[in-house]
Design a binder for this molecule. Structure first.
Ligand SMILES: [Zn+2]
Ligand SMILES: [Zn+2]
Length: 423
């Protein structure tokens, strides 16, 4: 068996791993990354006719964004949870709207991909070919996300996709205790190889207190947020503490509705229903203005203030010190979100916007932190090969180095696209 890294090697994003078995190849994820101008960067090409199928871990574009490009003529099956497929469909529609010009696919290929879906259920093995078996488990990252176990050629491969071991308001933590301890190789995301997350309850309380202070002072809180996962997590956190009014804008509205159809996948469906009842969806620009006329919390994409409705609100509320901009996630360098955190002003449409509003940052990550990554690695036997994937090379090297001092010598880090590992 050979494993080829088509993307995500020494890089956060563009996840794509090809597992070559004697019966054919299985592709795990086929995502995109984005350059500084926001243009998509694709993984290494793969021939659809060589594929037994594609396993899609979840609907974030850094795992799914390149997939429709494979659906031009031959259409390999896509193995994913039904929720991941539904969410991917709306993510693709949004991506074509925003970056269609740069994409090697259209709505037609997206439709072909959707028609190639084979639904997966957590914990139920599925035979992809003779003696090639796939089983997925809850990954705890976003609704529908899956950790995969592939058995073929007498080998066991685990592919985590993005995963979170800890419970959140939205999801139960990843179900790792059903994974085979003696797997031959574990390909794991290590986005947070260099950082621990704060305890969740403390984080929630601090976030809610900051929001309350602004509302009590008569201000508006803008929370620029990713549409899938983060937006729901924040709605639930506010609902849990009865803080509002909450407005939700952009793609998050569609995601809210789709996720609500899968109550069994949620940590607390009653809380989810309560959050949906509390949150007012913004259907048009008129309501956008109304939302800012009273103290309120507005949750809106894009997560790093790079575009979308969040920029509309940002320009209008940034000048008033009663207001606040609360960033609930990692901000990539060169994004307006990063700029306001580092200098208190951002360049939007080539003009500098000075922020007088309060600026806060909270680590509402849906990934395992360093502590959880180590806990996960220790679950497996000493003979299991651990591949650190979907991570910055320096962060991964730091973690591997620290573990090497403790005698751990089974870690592998692919650093370049096209690298192969033989089992
Ligand atoms: Zn993700
Ligand atoms: Zn990812």
């Amino acid at each position: 068996m050979r494993i080829k890294f088509l993307g995500g090697a020494g890089e956060v994003g563009r996840a794509a791993v090809l597992v070559k078995t004697s019966a054919g190849s299985v592709l795990f994820d086929y995502g995109v990354n984005f350059d500084a101008e926001g243009r998509p960067i694709f993984p290494e090409h793969v021939r659809p006719k060589d594929l037994l199928g594609v396993v899609l871990s979840h609907a974030h574009l850094d795992h799914s964004g390149a997939l429709p490009s494979l659906y031009v003529s031959i259409k390999p099956p896509i193995y994913a949870t039904p929720l991941t497929m539904e969410l991917s469909d709306v993510m693709y529609t949004d991506m074509i709207k925003l970056s269609g010009y740069y994409l090697p696919y259209t709505h037609e290929e997206v439709k072909a991909a959707m028609e190639s879906a084979v639904p997966l259920t957590y914990g139920e093995p599925l035979e992809l070919a003779r003696d090639v078996t796939l089983t997925v488990y809850n990954a705890g990252h976003v609704p529908g996300s899956a950790v995969s176990v592939l058995e073929a050629d007498g080998r066991v491969v685990v592919f985590t996709g993005d995963f979170n071991l800890r419970d959140t308001a939205l999801l139960r933590g990843a179900d790792i205790y059903n994974l085979p301890r003696h797997a031959d190789v574990v390909i794991m995301e290590a986005t947070y190889a260099a950082a621990d997350h704060p305890p969740r309850e403390k984080l929630e309380a601090e976030f809610v207190n900051a929001v309350k202070e602004v509302l009590e002072g008569g201000g508006v809180v803008l929370v620029p947020s990713f549409a899938l996962g983060r937006a729901q997590e924040l709605m639930l956190t506010l609902a849990k503490y009865d803080v509002g009014p909450i407005y939700v804008d952009g793609l998050a509205r569609q995601v809210n509705t789709i996720v609500g159809r899968y109550p069994h996948l949620l940590n607390d469906y009653d809380l989810y229903k309560k959050a949906l009842e509390m949150a007012v969806e913004i259907p048009n620009a008129y309501v956008r203005k109304a939302a800012m006329q009273e103290p309120s919390v507005i949750i809106s994409p894009a997560g790093m203030l790079k575009g979308g409705a969040s920029l509309y609100y940002f320009k209008r509320i940034a000048g008033d010190p009663r207001n606040a901009i609360i960033l609930p996630s990692f901000q990539a360098p060169d994004t307006p979100g990063f700029q306001i955190l580092s200098s208190g002003e951002a360049f939007v449409d080539r003009t500098a916007v000075k922020v007088n509003a309060r600026i806060e940052w909270f680590d509402f990550s849906a990934h395992s932190g360093r502590r959880e990554l180590v806990e996960f690695m220790r679950y497996f036997s000493g003979d299991t090969r651990i591949v650190l994937f979907h991570t910055e090379p320096n962060a991964a090297a730091g973690l591997a180095g620290r573990l090497a001092e403790e005698g751990v010598d089974n870690i592998y880090m692919p650093l370049a696209v096209g690298e192969e590992l033989e089992l």
